[in-house]
Structures are given as structure tokens and as C-alpha cells.
Design a protein. Structure first.
Length: 209
């Protein structure tokens, strides 16, 4: 019985070890059409792949050209199901994507959500605070270059749920907005359909194949 148990354990370990696994570091650029986001973003991310399942976590970093303000950052997670084994040079995959970001809008470019200056010169920078969630499904292509680098492209569609509200400092510049908000950012909760794309480059840090 002990021999059978030992043999079962060895076979189980052998099957597990044969499953391809890897860790990647990636950099990608998402683009959503018709969505409420602060602008263009770059996304550093980490990917873990086991068999045909790939899990991704990263941060969408939206550039901020305003001196003295931090960049706007939002979390990003994704799941990919590979239609072919990861070891293949060319692959097709299904992509499930979630992105979240919160920010403020007003008289200037988008600003961090909690940037709420009270002086009259800057109070108008954050008139409306917006929280935005993007959820999409799509298809992607992956091409491996020089064994450890791969290019990815994703196109899909889904919805953007966002909530906009007058910021605590909005009355300092324009008085009460009631339910109007500012141009293109009416106060309230909204859902709109979007088209989503992502272009990226992944570098394999470790693999067992």
C-alpha cells in the first residue's frame, strides 16, 4: 500500500510539473473609446501563467502634465484563457478585463480625486469627482519574439459604469451646481457601452519549459 501511495504521489507531481508555468513583467497601453477615464495611460503589470490560464494584475498610470500634482493611478486586473499552449510562438486568447479609476475634472486637465484646494486660484481644478469602472470581454493575439519577449494585442467591448458628483470645493468658484455638474460630466450614475483595445509587450522573467 505504501508503494502504491508513493507511486501515486510521484505521478501526481510529474503531471503537475509538466504543466507549463511562467511569470512575466509587462508594459501595455489601454485605450477605451467612449469611456470616462482621465486620458492616456501606461500599465506596468505582472502576469502568472499556468497551463492555458493567465492572470494579470497591474496599475493604469495616467499622465498628469500639471506641475506639482501626482499622476492618477487606478488598479487593473485581467484573466486570459489561451486557446493554444503557452509554449507556442503564436497564440489566441480570450480576455476578461477590469479597470477602476477615480479622478477630478474642472477648469484644468484631470486631477487626482482627493486634490481639493481651497484657494480661489486652484479651487476650480476639481469641480466634479468621478469614479469609473470598466468591464470588457475580448479576443487577443500574442506573438513571441526571441523566446522571452511577446507582443500582445487585445480588442473587445463591454461597459463603463461611472458616478460623478460635485466636489466639496466646487461652490468656491461657480456656486452651487445642483444636478448639472460641468460640461460632459453631469452629476449622477451612468452606464455606457465602450470599445476597448490594449497593446503591450511582455518579458518572461521565469518559465519551467
Amino acid at each position: 500500500m505504501k508503494k502504491i501511495s508513493l507511486l501515486f504521489c510521484l505521478l501526481s507531481f510529474s503531471v503537475y510539473a509538466q504543466t507549463n508555468k511562467s511569470f512575466d513583467f509587462g508594459l501595455s497601453a489601454p485605450l477605451s473609446f467612449n469611456s470616462k477615464i482621465p486620458g492616456f495611460a501606461l500599465t506596468p503589470n505582472i502576469n502568472y501563467c499556468s497551463g492555458r490560464h493567465q492572470f494579470q494584475i497591474g496599475l493604469d498610470i495616467y499622465s498628469n502634465r500639471m506641475k506639482g500634482l501626482h499622476n492618477i493611478v487606478g488598479p487593473h486586473i485581467a484573466y486570459k484563457y489561451l486557446f493554444r499552449d503557452e509554449t507556442k510562438i503564436f497564440n489566441v486568447f480570450g480576455d476578461f478585463n477590469l479597470q477602476y479609476v477615480q479622478y477630478g475634472v474642472g477648469q484644468a486637465n484631470s486631477v487626482p480625486y482627493n486634490y481639493l484646494p481651497t484657494d480661489l486660484e486652484h479651487a476650480g481644478y476639481n469641480m466634479v469627482q468621478t469614479q469609473s469602472l470598466i468591464n470588457t470581454l475580448g479576443l487577443g493575439l500574442s506573438v513571441t519574439l526571441k523566446k522571452r519577449a511577446s507582443l500582445i494585442f487585445v480588442i473587445g467591448g463591454g461597459y463603463n459604469y461611472y458616478q460623478s458628483k460635485n466636489s466639496p470645493t466646487s461652490s468656491l468658484s461657480y456656486g452651487s451646481f445642483g444636478n448639472w455638474g460641468v460640461s460632459d460630466y453631469p452629476v449622477g450614475n451612468y452606464i455606457k457601452p465602450i470599445v476597448y483595445t490594449r497593446l503591450g509587450l511582455n518579458i518572461k522573467l521565469w518559465k519551467n519549459y
